[in-house]
Write a protein that binds this ligand. Structure first.
Ligand code: ADP
Length: 620
């Protein structure tokens, strides 16, 4: 049987009236009862102080224990709504003496059903049967709508709850509500604090891990920076040592970046950014067209440039640069030109010095040959000349005798003529067969000798912008001969060809050197150029000593060369090309006799001295 609030009030009022009637009948008992009630009340009011800081579970337990102790109950039960702190949702207390009658589990099941789900039913009082027992049940909500839970007390007494019991149970319910709310709050606060602590701990750990990661990253970055600095230093040192600088040029903005070494090469101020106009102003005026052409090509995205260019410094010094560059596109597709520039001035100057030395060497070789020729001529001719003079003197003496020895003089004059003829013969032979001295005979690889000469002449050929091609036969046998002399011949032919090409401007300055096997176990070397060529009529005159068409030449090269080749039992000849230019060739046998001294002048001993002595002893 349920009671609404009004009914409960009426019931309470009726009971109050009957109690008053009882109390008036037994005033002493009533005073005792009231004193006990006040004591119980004080005990209940002290509960919140005890609960301070307790958990809901502990609050419920002390509440139930206190109610059992203070009131005459057969059981007391608390059900908590949404319990926190893992507290059980239902707790029941039965005095030991009643445990046989009211089993906690069955009580819970029964009371749960009795209370129902409707939180609007705040106060319930009912006489009901639990098992075989008839009990009075009364409930007090914890919270206006049982937000915290509900207390149910039960007694087999029919008059349960009396006023004081109802009062005490109501106050207990209020106290429990406050205590449980505070406990909940505390638990919630603790949970939040714990959660916060946990989060802070977790965040701290994350931060510590991130910090450690950051520290490692910083250390790693520092290491990388140091490595970068080291490699930059190496690069800068490498650039300094190789006199090579690097650059980049953004074609859309004309922004130019120079490496430190390039600043040094261009002798620009390190602090100022490099401008295109600055570079142009520093380039040698004669090379500006070349620079413009290369820049145009770069702007048209034509890659891979490799060219030589000169700088003219403000004090007039000229620097020779070698430039290699190529175009790349960055992520945004913008064109950039990057490259390296080497200061080749020293290299160039030493090349020029080498060329000068090699030219001087060739000149000395020619002059030496000429000197040797002159000495040989002087030596060989001096003997018949002294015979001529001696005979002439004898002749004079014979004519001056009294009487003059005309027959003797005639004879002496005849001898003079003979010596004169011999001298002239010597000169003729000398011109045909002059030679410095005995040649050094060795095995000569003509290809190798040719390559050495090319190496020596390369800078001169480059200076003359000659395009040199070689076709050296791989199966060429070695020849016996004087390596230096043969190289002198090759050098001479090469130089003549280069000079013949230097006047050519309307076609490529092409030059071909080839070697091949020739008939009769001979080897042949050919120098073919596309130069000015020569008049076919004059083909043989070219080989005459002192024949030259050049202003500052002696015209001895080909004649010395021919004598050298002939000394090697070979042949040197010239032929005009079908097209422009000329071809000079020599062919020499492999040996084994190679160069012999048989044709050298040293062996062509003229008997002039003996003859002149003879003439002196037997003048004419
Ligand atoms: P030099 O070169 O000192 O004049 P050389 O004996 O080497 O004396 O040459 C004689 C001449 O032969 C040259 O002056 C030149 O007129 C001509 N000559 C030599 N080689 C060639 C050549 N490859 N093409 C055209 N003419 C040449």
């Amino acid at each position: 049987m349920n009671f609404a609030n009004g009914e409960l009030g009426r019931l309470r009022h009726a009971r109050w009236r009957s109690n008053m009637e009882v109390s008036l009948e037994h005033p002493a008992e009533e005073i005792k009862r009231l004193q006990r009630c006040i004591n119980d009340l004080v005990s209940l009011l002290a509960l919140p102080a005890m609960w301070s800081g307790s958990k809901p579970y502990d609050i419920v337990h002390t509440l139930l224990d206190s109610l059992l102790r203070l009131l005459d109950l057969d059981f007391v039960y608390v059900s908590l709504t949404n319990p926190v702190d893992a507290a059980p949702s239902e707790t029941v207390r039965v005095p030991q003496s009643q445990e046989q009658l009211f089993r906690p589990r069955e009580l819970c099941t029964f009371l749960n059903r009795w209370l129902g789900d409707d939180p609007q039913k705040r106060y319930l009082q009912e006489r009901s049967h639990i098992g075989d027992e008839e009990v009075s049940l009364a409930s007090w909500p914890l919270g206006v709508q049982r937000e915290i839970g509900v207390i149910v007390a039960g007694s087999r007494r029919a008059d349960f709850p009396r006023d004081t019991e109802a009062l005490l149970l109501g106050i207990a319910a209020n106290q429990a509500l406050i205590g449980l709310q505070q406990g909940r709050l505390l638990t919630e606060q603790k949970r939040v604090a714990d959660e916060l602590d946990q989060r802070v701990g977790q965040r701290t750990a994350e931060l510590a891990a991130a910090n450690e990661g950051l520290r490692m990253e910083v250390a790693e970055r520092r290491r990388a920076e140091e490595a970068l600095k080291r490699s930059e230093a190496f690069l800068a040192e490498g650039q300094r040592l190789s006199l090579t600088g690097s650059f980049s040029w953004r074609l859309d903005t004309d922004e130019i970046t120079f490496s430190e070494e390039l600043y040094r090469i261009f002798e620009f101020d390190y602090d100022a950014p490099v401008m295109l106009e600055q570079i142009v102003a520093r380039v040698h005026p004669e090379d500006i067209p070349l620079l413009s052409e290369k820049m145009d090509l770069a702007r048209r995205n034509i890659n891979d440039h490799d060219y030589a260019i000169r700088l003219r410094m403000p004090d007039g010094r000229v620097k020779y640069l070698r430039t290699k560059s190529y175009g790349i596109r960055d992520r945004d597709g913008r064109l950039e030109h990057v490259g390296a520039i080497q200061d080749a001035t020293e290299h160039r100057l030493s090349e020029e010095a080498l060329a000068k030395v090699s030219s001087e060497l060739a000149h000395v070789a020619r002059v030496t040959s000429l000197g040797a020729l002159a000495a040989s001529i002087a030596h060989e001719v001096s003997q018949p000349l002294s015979g001529i003079i001696t005979n002439a003197c004898t002749c004079l003496r014979m004519l001056a005798a009294d009487p003059p020895n005309v027959d003797g003089a005639r004879e002496t004059v005849r001898r003079t003529i003979r010596d004169g003829n011999r001298a002239s013969e010597v000169i003729t032979r000398l011109r045909a067969l002059f030679s410095k001295k005995e040649a050094t005979i060795e095995s000569v690889d003509l290809n190798e000798a040719t390559r050495e000469v090319i190496a020596l002449s390369l800078s001169e050929l480059q200076r003359n912008r000659v395009i040199l091609r070689t076709e050296l036969a791989s199966d060429l046998p070695v020849v016996k001969g004087d390596r230096v002399q043969i190289q002198q011949v090759i050098l001479n032919l090469l130089r003549n060809a280069s000079e013949a090409l230097s006047a050519v401007d309307d076609r490529p300055r092409q030059l071909l050197i080839s070697t091949e096997r020739d008939e009769g176990d001979r080897v042949r070397l050919t120098v073919q150029d596309a130069g000015v060529g020569f008049d076919p009529q004059a083909a043989e005159r070219l080989f005459e000593a002192f024949y030259t068409t050049k202003n500052e030449s002696m015209g001895m090269g080909l004649s010395v060369s021919r004598s050298i080749i002939e000394n090697h039992h070979g042949r040197l000849w010239a032929a005009p090309n079908d097209g422009p230019g000329a071809t000079f060739s020599f062919s020499i046998p492999r040996g084994p006799e190679g160069v012999t001294g048989a044709r050298s002048l040293g062996t062509i001993r003229m008997p002039a001295a003996e003859d002149s002595e003879r003439a002196m002893g037997d003048p004419c």
